[in-house]
Design a protein around this ligand. Sequence first.
Ligand SMILES: [Zn+2]
Ligand SMILES: [Zn+2]
Length: 259
Amino acid sequence: MLDGMWDALDLPGLVVALVAGNALLYLSLAGLGATLLPRGLPGRPTRRIQTEPPRAGEVRRDVLRSLRSAAIFGVVAALVIHAARNGHTRLRFDEAALAPGPFLGALVATILLHDAWFYWSHRALHTRLLFRRVHATHHEAVRTTAWTAYAFSPWEALVQAAIFPLAAWTIPMHPFAFAAFMVFQVSENVFGHAGWEIFGPGLPRRLPGVLTNTPTHHVQHHEDPRGNFGIYFNVWDRVCRTNHPRYAERFDEVVPPRG
Ligand SMILES: [Zn+2]
Ligand SMILES: [Zn+2]
């Protein structure tokens, strides 16, 4: 049944469905983040990272840019699915690929691949050659919000969307495993831009701070882009010594250390 589903739509139909799906995913997750993160989790308050709220028009600007990026993601995804139907990728449409083992394996592999792709493409986007042409649009957001998550120039949206062909050509997986990755990816992007810190005191100085980045880590990148290029884990920034020199201090300003 699931196998046949992918043949029901022609390429224009796939484009419409995947553009709409990506836009809906962004709007719902950014909306949830903007609503829930200021309230915190039970027993774990969140702290505002930046004191200055966004200025008039900045949220609208970021929503419109993000919707444009979602449309570009949708077109790239439709082209990849179309190529997959013609046997050109490692995507699998059989139900065996939905079993927990292959599904979770593909999800974890895609997260690790994207962590590396994001870090190294982000480093490239900060070179003199590419920053103004491709990445400066994203950095116009200095006071970030949940809605900044996808606020890229069209060229940068293509760089970000490249994770789907990269994954589809290297990792055997069902398209639903990639859809699960997209939910994770957009959630993390919303989390990293929303402007609310949820982790406990001193995290960047403790072991879990190697494993996970924090919202402060990425907001600080928008305040001063000299460091903090990674997305999910703090491993690449540590290995390459590109954490912002004041990352731990900035985190302490947001979440005062105990004692
Ligand atoms: Zn950002
Ligand atoms: Zn940047």
